[in-house]
Design a binder for this molecule. Structure first.
Ligand SMILES: [Zn+2]
Length: 122
């Protein structure tokens, strides 16, 4: 094998390495996406499990998670209070078709899509 053949072979091998590395990189990227979505899936299952545990055992004072139960209940109450406040500020029109509550300024029902202006004209 003469000098130029050797150079040629080295270049071909280098090209192969680059291709292989590019494939590795995209494979790793794909795996990372898969890992992330599986982790999200597991988080959702944990959350669902926690919610069903909360609903079953909330109010039992003799349990280890009493403090977390309390924090969740408190947060839920605050969410309801803030939702009520939003309705108070925005007004509370009712969809004549499905009865959903929404801001006075709404032109479409966010629940069933009825155009509210039309209903008033009829
Ligand atoms: Zn509606």
């Amino acid at each position: 094998m003469d000098f130029f053949d050797k150079i040629g072979e080295t270049l071909v091998n280098a090209g192969k390495d680059v291709k292989e590395k590019a494939r590795d990189v995209s494979e790793v990227a794909k795996l990372k996406i898969d890992i992330h979505s599986k982790e999200e899936f597991v988080e959702k299952q944990y959350a669902a499990l926690g919610k069903s545990y909360y609903e079953k055992h909330n109010g039992e004072s003799e349990c280890e998670e009493a403090e977390q139960f309390f924090l969740i209940s408190e947060a839920l109450e605050e969410i309801e209070r803030m939702k009520a406040e939003v309705l108070k500020i925005q007004g509370s029109a009712e969809c004549p078709k499905c009865g959903a509550k929404m801001p006075d300024a709404a032109t479409f029902c966010s629940n069933c899509g009825t155009k509210l202006d039309d209903m008033f004209e009829e």
